[in-house]
Design a protein around this ligand. Sequence first.
Ligand SMILES: NC(=O)c1ccc[n+]([C@@H]2O[C@H](COP(=O)([O-])OP(=O)(O)OC[C@H]3O[C@@H](n4cnc5c(N)ncnc54)[C@H](OP(=O)(O)O)[C@@H]3O)[C@@H](O)[C@H]2O)c1
Length: 302
Amino acid sequence: MTPKIQADRRPTLLLIGANGQVGWELRRTLASVGEVIAASLEGEYGPTIDLMDPQALARLIEDSRPDALINAAAYTAVDKAERDRATAQRVNAEAVGEMGALLAERGTPIIHYSTDFVFSGTLGRPYTEDDQPDPLNVYGETKLDGERALRDSGARALIFRTSWVYGARGQNFLLTMRRLFQEREELRVVDDQIGSPTWSRMLAEVTAQVLYRVLSGDLDLDRIGGLYHLTGSGQISWYGFAQAILEATGARTRLIPIPSSEYQAPARRPAFSVLDNTRFEETFGLRMPDWRLSLAQCLEEL
Ligand SMILES: NC(=O)c1ccc[n+]([C@@H]2O[C@H](COP(=O)([O-])OP(=O)(O)OC[C@H]3O[C@@H](n4cnc5c(N)ncnc54)[C@H](OP(=O)(O)O)[C@@H]3O)[C@@H](O)[C@H]2O)c1
């Protein structure tokens, strides 16, 4: 059973990757759950941490003595990973296993994120947690290794596989489209890859709610720990997503749907990587909104 945090003490939450899309949102949503130590590569909001350095990771965990660790750091440059496997493997897999081992010793819970790219996208229906992963690219392989390393570490862990993350900051499809709509009269967008856009804010809010219930003893990680699919509801192609952004922003760019074969990229990507969120919804009683609703809310904020 996860040790219950006493009511008179705010738990210490170690957030790793605080300057990423999801991490930046988590820094704020986790503040309602506990005292956040927000660690990142450049130390914008707290301690610096480079996951390439195992000793630095061990020191950070030792010094901060967290009641929970939330890992939002990852090597997410999907195309670059094709020629930089060693770095992606270190950040996405080895470091995650080390976090797990260090936390398992202490019985400290960890929340970690993984990706729809652990699947090839050939199944033809939404993937459940029981479906066999079969990644098409180095990024997906290293993220899958990270899931396995965390599971094998024996740590009390929740792994949330998410997809197509976008938000008001960072590098993502929404911000890229908004920029290109200013620059281009015509834009070609892939129409044969289907997935579920996920707003970084919504992911961070749901994570905070789940963590609160874990730390208050309402949810027992020994019983419900493990892997969950957690994405925005609904599905769409990149082209459809671009069109929704175009309509919402009133831009005038002409969008042209193209097949993936016309968009050359170093890493192969799954054609249909929609994830089935049922296990998450039934376990936690929470449901992510439809991607259109989240997109509208995110755009309102922008
Ligand atoms: N983005 C997506 O579409 C997507 C889809 C599915 C799953 N996910 C998963 O969701 C989680 C959050 O992703 P995100 O979209 O927030 O990614 P992100 O915006 O790229 O953030 C990842 C963060 O990790 C940091 N990082 C990279 N290498 C590091 C290192 N050696 N040491 C410490 N920090 C390091 C990055 O720092 P720098 O920016 O300074 O490099 C960045 O701040 C990840 O586990 C990712 O795999 C993302």
